[in-house]
Design a protein around this ligand. Structure first.
Ligand SMILES: C[S@@+](CC[C@H](N)C(=O)[O-])C[C@H]1O[C@@H](n2cnc3c(N)ncnc32)[C@H](O)[C@@H]1O
Length: 204
Protein backbone atom coordinates (compact mmCIF):
# COMPACT_ATOMS: atom_id res chain seq x y z
CA UNK A 1 0.00 0.00 0.00
CA UNK A 2 1.22 3.50 -0.79
CA UNK A 3 2.48 5.61 2.10
CA UNK A 4 2.71 8.77 0.02
CA UNK A 5 2.45 11.84 2.27
CA UNK A 6 0.05 14.59 1.17
CA UNK A 7 1.80 17.24 -0.90
CA UNK A 8 1.06 19.98 1.67
CA UNK A 9 3.15 18.10 4.22
CA UNK A 10 5.94 17.59 1.67
CA UNK A 11 5.84 21.26 0.73
CA UNK A 12 5.94 22.48 4.33
CA UNK A 13 8.84 20.18 5.21
CA UNK A 14 10.94 21.20 2.20
CA UNK A 15 10.03 24.90 2.40
CA UNK A 16 11.40 24.93 5.93
CA UNK A 17 14.59 23.14 4.91
CA UNK A 18 15.23 25.35 1.89
CA UNK A 19 14.48 28.47 3.96
CA UNK A 20 17.00 27.53 6.64
CA UNK A 21 20.07 27.40 4.42
CA UNK A 22 21.36 29.25 1.41
CA UNK A 23 22.11 26.00 -0.42
CA UNK A 24 20.93 22.63 0.85
CA UNK A 25 22.28 20.84 -2.23
CA UNK A 26 25.51 21.45 -4.07
CA UNK A 27 25.35 23.80 -7.02
CA UNK A 28 26.85 21.44 -9.59
CA UNK A 29 24.64 19.28 -11.80
CA UNK A 30 24.72 15.51 -11.58
CA UNK A 31 27.89 14.28 -13.32
CA UNK A 32 26.27 11.19 -14.84
CA UNK A 33 23.45 13.22 -16.36
CA UNK A 34 25.96 15.61 -17.89
CA UNK A 35 27.92 12.67 -19.26
CA UNK A 36 24.86 10.88 -20.67
CA UNK A 37 23.69 14.01 -22.47
CA UNK A 38 26.97 14.56 -24.30
CA UNK A 39 26.13 14.68 -28.00
CA UNK A 40 22.35 14.78 -27.39
CA UNK A 41 20.47 17.58 -29.05
CA UNK A 42 18.70 19.86 -26.56
CA UNK A 43 14.89 19.78 -26.49
CA UNK A 44 12.24 19.94 -23.81
CA UNK A 45 13.03 18.69 -20.30
CA UNK A 46 11.17 18.29 -17.05
CA UNK A 47 13.03 18.11 -13.74
CA UNK A 48 10.63 16.43 -11.29
CA UNK A 49 11.41 17.33 -7.67
CA UNK A 50 13.89 19.92 -8.94
CA UNK A 51 14.69 21.29 -5.47
CA UNK A 52 17.06 24.25 -5.86
CA UNK A 53 17.40 23.44 -9.54
CA UNK A 54 21.04 22.51 -9.99
CA UNK A 55 20.16 20.15 -12.86
CA UNK A 56 17.54 22.51 -14.31
CA UNK A 57 20.01 25.38 -14.40
CA UNK A 58 22.67 23.29 -16.11
CA UNK A 59 20.14 22.07 -18.68
CA UNK A 60 18.98 25.63 -19.40
CA UNK A 61 22.62 26.68 -19.80
CA UNK A 62 22.88 23.96 -22.41
CA UNK A 63 19.85 25.17 -24.37
CA UNK A 64 17.21 22.83 -22.98
CA UNK A 65 13.74 24.25 -22.53
CA UNK A 66 13.25 23.27 -18.89
CA UNK A 67 10.25 22.94 -16.62
CA UNK A 68 11.25 22.56 -12.97
CA UNK A 69 8.49 21.00 -10.85
CA UNK A 70 8.60 20.87 -7.07
CA UNK A 71 6.22 21.02 -4.12
CA UNK A 72 8.44 23.64 -2.48
CA UNK A 73 7.88 27.25 -3.48
CA UNK A 74 10.98 28.22 -1.49
CA UNK A 75 13.16 25.81 -3.48
CA UNK A 76 11.70 26.98 -6.78
CA UNK A 77 12.14 30.66 -5.85
CA UNK A 78 15.85 29.86 -5.68
CA UNK A 79 15.69 28.23 -9.11
CA UNK A 80 14.14 31.40 -10.54
CA UNK A 81 16.74 33.55 -8.80
CA UNK A 82 19.68 31.47 -10.07
CA UNK A 83 18.21 31.47 -13.56
CA UNK A 84 17.72 35.26 -13.51
CA UNK A 85 21.24 35.83 -12.25
CA UNK A 86 22.61 33.71 -15.09
CA UNK A 87 20.33 35.28 -17.72
CA UNK A 88 18.60 31.94 -18.29
CA UNK A 89 14.99 30.88 -18.63
CA UNK A 90 13.54 28.04 -16.53
CA UNK A 91 9.80 27.53 -16.12
CA UNK A 92 9.03 26.77 -12.49
CA UNK A 93 5.89 25.00 -11.35
CA UNK A 94 4.95 24.64 -7.70
CA UNK A 95 2.97 21.43 -7.89
CA UNK A 96 2.84 17.93 -6.51
CA UNK A 97 4.77 15.83 -9.00
CA UNK A 98 2.16 13.06 -8.98
CA UNK A 99 -0.47 15.60 -9.94
CA UNK A 100 1.85 17.04 -12.60
CA UNK A 101 2.35 13.60 -14.14
CA UNK A 102 -1.39 12.91 -14.10
CA UNK A 103 -2.26 16.22 -15.76
CA UNK A 104 0.53 15.80 -18.34
CA UNK A 105 -0.83 12.37 -19.19
CA UNK A 106 -4.36 13.71 -19.66
CA UNK A 107 -3.03 16.52 -21.86
CA UNK A 108 -0.73 14.17 -23.75
CA UNK A 109 2.24 16.35 -22.82
CA UNK A 110 5.62 14.70 -23.44
CA UNK A 111 9.25 15.70 -22.90
CA UNK A 112 12.53 14.85 -24.60
CA UNK A 113 14.10 14.40 -21.18
CA UNK A 114 12.55 13.48 -17.83
CA UNK A 115 14.79 13.82 -14.78
CA UNK A 116 14.12 12.36 -11.32
CA UNK A 117 17.10 13.06 -9.09
CA UNK A 118 17.28 11.82 -5.50
CA UNK A 119 13.58 11.61 -4.78
CA UNK A 120 13.20 9.84 -1.46
CA UNK A 121 10.12 7.91 -2.45
CA UNK A 122 8.87 5.00 -0.30
CA UNK A 123 9.34 1.55 -1.81
CA UNK A 124 5.60 1.09 -2.31
CA UNK A 125 5.47 4.07 -4.69
CA UNK A 126 8.60 3.44 -6.76
CA UNK A 127 7.18 1.23 -9.52
CA UNK A 128 4.27 3.63 -10.01
CA UNK A 129 6.59 6.65 -10.05
CA UNK A 130 8.77 5.04 -12.70
CA UNK A 131 5.79 4.01 -14.84
CA UNK A 132 4.26 7.50 -14.67
CA UNK A 133 7.59 9.20 -15.41
CA UNK A 134 8.24 6.82 -18.32
CA UNK A 135 4.85 7.84 -19.73
CA UNK A 136 6.06 11.46 -19.99
CA UNK A 137 8.94 10.59 -22.34
CA UNK A 138 8.49 11.64 -25.98
CA UNK A 139 9.49 9.33 -28.84
CA UNK A 140 13.29 9.32 -29.01
CA UNK A 141 13.46 10.92 -25.57
CA UNK A 142 15.09 9.76 -22.34
CA UNK A 143 14.32 9.10 -18.70
CA UNK A 144 17.09 9.66 -16.16
CA UNK A 145 16.61 8.53 -12.58
CA UNK A 146 19.25 8.64 -9.85
CA UNK A 147 18.80 7.73 -6.20
CA UNK A 148 20.81 7.06 -3.07
CA UNK A 149 21.63 3.36 -2.91
CA UNK A 150 21.27 1.10 0.12
CA UNK A 151 25.09 0.82 0.28
CA UNK A 152 25.13 4.49 1.31
CA UNK A 153 23.31 3.81 4.56
CA UNK A 154 25.12 5.78 7.27
CA UNK A 155 27.48 7.35 4.72
CA UNK A 156 25.46 9.73 2.58
CA UNK A 157 21.84 10.50 1.78
CA UNK A 158 18.91 9.96 4.11
CA UNK A 159 19.71 8.06 7.30
CA UNK A 160 16.78 5.60 7.01
CA UNK A 161 17.01 2.41 4.91
CA UNK A 162 13.38 2.88 3.86
CA UNK A 163 14.36 5.93 1.79
CA UNK A 164 17.29 4.21 0.01
CA UNK A 165 17.05 2.33 -3.29
CA UNK A 166 18.33 -0.91 -4.75
CA UNK A 167 18.78 -1.75 -8.45
CA UNK A 168 15.50 -3.66 -8.71
CA UNK A 169 13.57 -0.50 -7.74
CA UNK A 170 14.55 1.01 -11.10
CA UNK A 171 14.37 -2.11 -13.25
CA UNK A 172 10.92 -1.80 -14.82
CA UNK A 173 10.31 1.08 -17.20
CA UNK A 174 7.17 0.28 -19.20
CA UNK A 175 7.38 1.37 -22.84
CA UNK A 176 11.04 2.41 -22.65
CA UNK A 177 14.25 0.58 -23.47
CA UNK A 178 16.52 0.34 -20.45
CA UNK A 179 20.01 1.27 -21.63
CA UNK A 180 21.86 1.58 -18.35
CA UNK A 181 21.10 0.55 -14.80
CA UNK A 182 24.24 0.91 -12.74
CA UNK A 183 25.78 1.85 -9.45
CA UNK A 184 27.84 5.01 -9.30
CA UNK A 185 30.17 6.23 -6.59
CA UNK A 186 30.73 9.94 -6.22
CA UNK A 187 29.27 13.14 -4.76
CA UNK A 188 25.49 12.97 -4.96
CA UNK A 189 23.14 15.82 -4.16
CA UNK A 190 25.47 16.91 -1.37
CA UNK A 191 29.26 17.02 -1.42
CA UNK A 192 29.65 13.74 0.51
CA UNK A 193 30.47 10.77 -1.71
CA UNK A 194 28.31 7.69 -1.48
CA UNK A 195 26.84 5.01 -3.70
CA UNK A 196 24.01 5.91 -6.04
CA UNK A 197 22.00 3.84 -8.47
CA UNK A 198 21.02 5.37 -11.80
CA UNK A 199 18.78 4.47 -14.72
CA UNK A 200 18.97 5.74 -18.30
CA UNK A 201 16.13 4.62 -20.53
CA UNK A 202 14.96 5.67 -23.98
CA UNK A 203 11.70 5.57 -25.91
CA UNK A 204 13.00 4.10 -29.15
C1 LIG B 1 16.35 15.34 -2.17
S1 LIG B 1 15.61 16.71 -3.00
C2 LIG B 1 16.40 16.60 -4.56
C3 LIG B 1 16.48 17.92 -5.27
C4 LIG B 1 17.08 17.88 -6.68
N1 LIG B 1 16.44 16.91 -7.53
C5 LIG B 1 18.58 17.63 -6.65
O1 LIG B 1 19.03 16.55 -7.04
O2 LIG B 1 19.28 18.56 -6.23
C6 LIG B 1 13.96 16.09 -3.30
C7 LIG B 1 13.00 17.18 -3.84
O3 LIG B 1 11.79 16.56 -4.23
C8 LIG B 1 10.71 17.39 -3.86
N2 LIG B 1 9.53 16.54 -3.69
C9 LIG B 1 9.40 15.44 -2.91
N3 LIG B 1 8.16 14.91 -3.04
C10 LIG B 1 7.50 15.70 -3.93
C11 LIG B 1 6.19 15.67 -4.48
N4 LIG B 1 5.30 14.73 -4.14
N5 LIG B 1 5.86 16.63 -5.36
C12 LIG B 1 6.73 17.59 -5.72
N6 LIG B 1 7.99 17.68 -5.23
C13 LIG B 1 8.36 16.74 -4.35
C14 LIG B 1 11.14 18.06 -2.58
O4 LIG B 1 10.46 19.28 -2.38
C15 LIG B 1 12.65 18.24 -2.84
O5 LIG B 1 12.92 19.52 -3.37
Amino acid sequence: MSSRPPSEAVAAQWDERYGDQDRVWRAEPNEILVDLLRGTEAGTAVDLGAGEGRNSIWLAEHHWQVTAVDASKVGLAKVSRYADEAGLSVTTLVQDLWEFMEVSKINDRRFDLVVLAYLQVPEADRAELLAQAAGLVAPGGHLFVIAHHMDSLGISGPPEAARLFVESDLAAVPGLTRERLELWRGPSDQAVSGTDVFLWATRV
